[in-house]
Design a protein around this ligand. Structure first.
Ligand SMILES: [Zn+2]
Ligand SMILES: [Zn+2]
Length: 909
């Protein structure tokens, strides 16, 4: 076994192995499943290929390989309770997989799995066990095909091919749909891994209940379509879907007894040990906190990199909960100051190459972790001491289970997630009533009027805003449904301050320098939605003396909209009359970009095809971004055509018609709706152009009144956003002018430097390039003449190694051809000699030529072997024919040493 191979290398070798077998590498999809509302997190490699198996999507490849980021922390696969307490469970983990979409089948899948496990990674064949499907009900045929293929693998023990029923070896996506038998690969880790040895009735076996046999890899063969409980149809094309647990295979190859002792997680625990100042013995004693911190911090870093920051609802809640749980386990080993940022740095270093999103979001990850840790520290003490009093009274009253409403109160007012309350209780031998916890939460949600918008979980901030909202609604200061002034028509409205908020408390006035939030009776500000960013602007008194700068707006609870910002001058108090002013220039920029996004979508469908579907968009003042489904990169010709046609549409000066109508009607008129988006009964539609509109979409955003307001439209980039999804970025109006101006100035300046007119620029540059090539040729000629001249001198002073004339020359930036020419000369001049020519290229790598003359070859010398041995000592590779060979290397500092000890290399093999 190759025990010293790193986890990163194992991942790389898996991908390379299948790439060599014709697979396309498909990057891991996000932990947030796109378009799949039924799933909180991506929990298996197949999530991003689900549509292909269902036949609703097509991919430009038939074979794929990937390493998928997965999270299992809620729902059916909830491992959280076990994470940290044993050596195998994780919240975040990686799944390696190879995929065939109607291409290869069992024969290839099985032999490749065997090959990489036993040949590439050197697993002992006698330790491998495999399982195949045999229906215990006798309804579905036994998978003899898989078993037969296993028998063909060199060195497999036939007794290790065993059959299991539906529970273990039949895979189904759902009640109906694609399904098929699976074949699992297990490894026997040896008797010492059995944790049930004390148990007299126990015997170890595959799919048993001890830790001796470890399931590594599941090969699923999708060959049926389930039409009903008792009806299977053969699929016209069979698929392969495999999943190899990455942490597990690394623990087996590195021969350690725990996933946490692999180099995927151990380095994180080393950092924890450094920060805590504990010794290795102490770490072994407190291994649970170490495991929890390493696991949770790795998971949180990956989540934040995928845009899931700590918060109160859904995925964001999970992110918050695991950070807080890690922080509390940290306090158990004496870590009081924020420490997760330091561990996250290690996570980014360790995983950043395979998952570049970590590097890209480096700062966001560290900032969010640290902020959340601080937030938790400021409330946790209060919460834990209250929990302590609950525990004391449970001891007194001899109760074992904490009431759910008390646990909910700990969360809602002290920020203690249920999971932490449960940890603390369990550590003291108690439990919590989870059912009544969720009932309390539901009751709270309904009484606060949160409704659907607020999601499944409440939180400390939200409760505060509900309080304000209900009071203001009661006093009829704001409207219950939250409908306020039309944000699309007027950029200035006169209204009244109804609430001022500072540091999560209502106050009666704010003055210069205060960071605060303002609620007004009405607002004309646009709040971020549908990809369009929020407005910015001002709230000021009529005389213009008291000015509040609005940086952001948000809706923290139904009915209430807060303007967030800073009091620039003067003061404001509750009840004061004010003007609410949207930043006009900025709003205009946003409008131009939003309308241009609609034109872009219309052109994409015309030019690329009707399959183009919006997959996300972002409309900001300085640019627009549009993601859409399309299998291939958009060619530069297509991009040019799209840009041209959008500009034509702008110049066509169509008017925009905005109407409100019933959803059914809009859809039947052909309006474009977002796939998977839920719309209300009545919708707003945007038509560009009268009669048959140029573009017709459901949209709530702000738009120009006539397309010519957009000015110019320029595409600034096109690239891949995810598998099968392309991204176009573009600019309009003022930003487009800025870019044109900048590019033109660059061109003008270049023309000035070349002393030609802009029109002659192209031919001037061409001329320069030709001249440059001429000079390069001349330099090459001169350096070659110089080198040959040097050779003539060197050969006069040739040295001998064991009586063999040995030429040693060093060059820099000489062409390989020229070196070969010298080698040929040498072989002619010395019939029984050898030459080692070295050349340093660009100051950072070494090229070597080794030549051996014919007579010496007859005596058993071989240039290829000499080159290979030298290469090893300069960090590279080498080889070639007996008479002439080449080598390369990176360790320039070792070159002198090697050249001084040529006698070590010039010898017979
Ligand atoms: Zn056992
Ligand atoms: Zn829109």
């Amino acid at each position: 076994m190759r025990k010293n191979i790193t986890g990163n290398k194992i991942r790389e070798e898996f991908i390379e192995f299948f790439k060599e077998k014709g697979h396309t590498f498909v990057p891991s999809s996000s932990l947030v499943p796109g378009g799949d509302q039924t799933l909180l997190f991506t929990n298996a490699g197949m999530v991003q290929f689900k549509d292909v198996f269902l036949g609703t999507d097509d991919r430009p490849y038939k074979r794929a390989v990937n390493s998928q980021k997965c999270m299992r922390v809620s729902g059916k696969h909830n491992d959280l309770d076990d994470v940290g307490r044993d050596d195998y469970h994780h919240t975040f983990f990686e799944m390696l997989g190879n995929w065939s979409f109607g291409d290869y089948y069992k024969k290839e899948a099985i032999s490749w799995a065997w090959e990489i496990l036993t040949e590439v990674w050197g697993l002992e064949k006698s330790k491998i066990w495999v399982t195949c499907f045999k229906d215990e009900k006798g309804e579905i045929p036994t998978d003899e095909e898989a078993a037969e293929n296993w028998k063909k693998q060199p060195g497999i023990d036939f007794d290790h091919i065993v059959f299991f029923g539906r529970e273990d070896n039949f895979w189904e996506m759902a009640e109906t749909g694609p399904c098929g038998p699976s074949s699992e690969i297990h490894i026997d880790r040896g008797e010492e891994y059995c944790d049930k040895r004390e148990d007299p009735g126990h015997n170890c076996h595959v799919n048993g209940d001890c830790h001796r046999f470890l399931e590594l890899w599941n090969l699923v063969f999708i060959q049926y379509n389930r039409m009903g409980p008792n009806k299977l149809e053969q699929l016209p094309a069979c698929h392969v879907d495999t999943g190899l647990g990455f942490e597990r295979i690394v623990s087996v190859i590195q021969n350690v007894d725990s996933n946490y002792r692999t180099d995927l997680l151990m380095p994180l625990m080393d950092v924890v040990m450094d920060i805590s100042g504990q010794t290795e013995e102490e770490r072994e004693k407190h291994f649970t906190p170490y495991r929890v911190i390493a696991d949770h911090c790795r998971a949180a870093s990956f989540l934040i990199a995928d845009g899931v920051v700590p918060g109160n609802v859904g995925r964001n809640y999970i992110c918050r909960m695991i950070i807080r749980r890690a922080a509390r386990f940290g306090s158990k080993i004496g870590l009081e100051d924020p420490f997760l940022g330091q561990i996250a740095r290690k996570v980014i270093g360790l995983y950043g190459k395979a998952y570049p999103e970590l590097k890209k979001n480096h700062k966001t990850i560290i900032d969010n972790l640290t902020r959340e840790e601080k937030k938790f520290q400021s409330t946790v003490e209060g919460g834990l001491s209250i929990l302590g009093t609950y525990i004391n009274s449970m001891v007194e009253s001899e109760k074992k289970v904490l009431r759910g409403d008390l646990a909910f109160d700990l969360y809602a007012t002290h920020g203690l997630p249920l999971e932490i309350t449960k940890d603390v209780l369990e550590e003291n031998g108690f439990d919590v009533d989870q059912k009544s916890f969720y009932e309390s939460m539901e009751k709270h949600r309904l009484s606060s009027g949160a409704g659907k918008e607020f999601g499944p979980l409440g939180g400390e901030d939200a409760e505060f805003y509900f309080g304000i909202a209900s009071a203001l609604i009661e006093e009829k200061l704001i409207k219950k449904d939250g409908i306020t002034a039309d944000p699309y028509s007027s950029l200035l409205i006169s209204t009244e301050v109804v609430s001022l908020i500072k540091d999560v408390a209502q106050i009666s006035s704010i003055s210069e320098g205060d960071e605060a939030e303002i609620v007004t009776r009405d607002t004309n500000f646009y709040i971020e939605s549908g990809g369009q960013v929020s407005d910015k602007g001002f709230i000021e008194t009529e005389n213009g003396e008291n000015i509040f700068i609005v940086r952001d707006v948000r809706k923290p609870a139904p009915g209430i909209i807060v303007h967030i910002g800073e009091m620039k001058s003067g003061k404001l108090q509750v009840g004061q009359k004010v003007n609410v002013k949207v930043d006009k220039k900025r709003r205009q920029d946003i409008k131009r970009n939003h309308t241009a996004t609609h034109l872009l979508q219309a052109e994409l469908r015309k030019i690329l095809g009707e399959h183009v579907r919006q997959a996300g968009s972002s409309v900001a003042p300085n640019r627009l971004r549009f993601d859409f489904t399309h299998p291939d990169p958009v060619t530069s010709n297509q991009l040019e055509e799209i840009e041209k046609q959008v500009n034509n549409a702008i110049l066509g000066n169509s008017i925009l018609i905005i109407s409100h109508k019933k959803l059914d009607q809009a859809l039947s008129e052909g309006a474009t709706a977002l796939f998977g988006e839920k719309y209300s009964e009545e919708v707003r539609t945007i038509a560009i152009g009268e009669g048959v509109p140029y573009s017709y979409e459901l949209c709530g955003g702000t738009h120009v009144s006539e397309t010519s307001e957009i000015g110019t439209f320029i595409i600034t980039s096109e690239g891949s956003a995810a598998a099968g999804i392309r991204r176009i970025e573009a600019v309009t109006g003022r930003k487009a002018y800025e870019i044109i101006h900048k590019r033109l100035s660059n061109i003008k300046e270049t023309a000035n430097e070349l002393e030609c007119s802009i029109d002659d620029l192209h031919s001037s540059v061409n001329k320069l390039l030709t001249e440059k090539q001429g000079l390069l040729d001349q330099v090459a000629k001169l350096s070659k003449a110089q080198a040959l001249n040097d050779y003539q001198k060197a050969k006069e002073e040739i040295s001998y190694i064991r009586e063999i004339p040995t030429l040693k020359m060093q060059f820099s930036d000489l062409s390989l051809n020229c070196m070969r020419e010298i080698a040929d000369e040498f072989r002619k001049d010395f019939s029984g000699g050898t030459a080692v020519l070295s050349n340093i290229v660009d100051n950072d790598k070494i090229q070597l030529i080794v030549a051996v003359s014919d007579e010496l070859i007859k005596k058993g010398f071989h240039a290829g072997k000499i080159a290979k041995n030298i290469a090893k000592d300069i960090g590279g590779n080498g080889g070639g024919r007996p008479q002439l060979a080449q080598a390369g290397g990176k360790e320039i500092e070792k070159l002198d040493d090697v050249l001084n000890k040529l006698d070590k290399y010039i010898k017979k093999e």
